[in-house]
Design a protein around this ligand. Sequence first.
Ligand code: GLU
Ligand code: MG
Length: 437
Amino acid sequence: MSEGLTFIATCDLVALTRGRSIRSTEYPERRATGVGWVPADLALTTFGDIASPNPFGSLGDLRLLPVDSARITLPAGGGRPATELVLADTVEPDGTPWACCPRTALVGAVAALETAGIRIVASFEQEFSLAGLAGEPGAASPFSIEAHRLAEPFGSELVNRLADAGLEPETWLPEYGQAQYEITLKPTDPVTAADRAILVRALVRDLALAHGLRASFAPLRSPDGIGNGTHIHLSLWDSSGRPITIAPGGSELTSMAGSFGAGILEHAPALIAWTAPSVISSLRLAPHRWSAAAAFVGHQNREAMLRLCPLITLAGADPGASANVEYRAADATANPWLALAAILRAGLDGLVRRLPSPTIVDRELEAIDSSERERLGIGTLPPDMESAHAALEADATAVAWFAPDLVATHLAIRRTELAILAVASAEERCQRYASVI
Ligand code: GLU
Ligand code: MG
């Protein structure tokens, strides 16, 4: 009988999980030195080409150093043996963190917030579409038991495997779109939450394949279709473990959380370049899509970039524990480590500068005219990728969140993708992304 393999991987700038494997029996002795990696791998586009020019060329060597806590088993099935998947930090051959390691960027953002006395708890909600379901997906209504049953046994297997792997699944649901589903995990520290978001995608795609299905997390599979979002929930805690997201009374942010939110709104256009980074991402960030139609904090509003989520007080539940805001302007073309790192850096900037709390908008966006939007501080989001890039390049604070080579590679990749898709229609662009993401 052949031995199992362990795939040691990073998640790159186009949110694909790439790496190489070793014999699992050798994992204990290889953990400390990892496996080899190549800097220019970071410049791979969604479609498999290396963006050129990029800062690395053919030079350099790195190591992928596995992180034991970020590990999952992709189960045996369809004639394939099980594979252990473990995420890694990218380091120089001497163990120094690589300046462009996306995971290390998040570790750094979390540490910077901790230095400012803030601890963040986060969780990712991920939507995706399943192609190839037997029966009639069109006949199963949104959120219905029929839509739930249509995806069985895939759904229960997914939830059980996530639970067995310690990834703490919370809810599994049939979403609004045809054959669209969503998996949410319990909140945890930011690095673990982002690790888990990456592992969930890998497990969903792998299980789908084993069931003869194809999962796509692409923000849109067609321009007029229902979008797949990756929503990121955040709560703030002080260094002694007290929740500090919502002020007593329940409808206002604390001054700390207000400054944090104001930082996110101020850097919103640049943030989009990290959290909704692909050529098609902006198509999803439009009104009536329940994604994020503008940059504002909305009270329980699903068109807000930041949604103030409800406090759960049922059955004597501690409202402080459920208080959180949801960042809705992210999708699965974004690297979860970098998307969250950028959000945290933007929030930290707001905290450091003690920005005043944004107005919490408690009405439908549609009901607010442009002059009132201005008065309420409701900002617009970049209409397309080029505008998001321009906003990032014009935001000196945001450009400095990550290593210059990381930023340059990120921009080069997406520009290359735009060139690849230059003559493609919006429909074709969505299909191209959906065939990979
Ligand atoms: N599908 C929506 C999106 O693209 C989100 C729907 C919801 O869960 O509120 O973000
Ligand atoms: Mg949803």
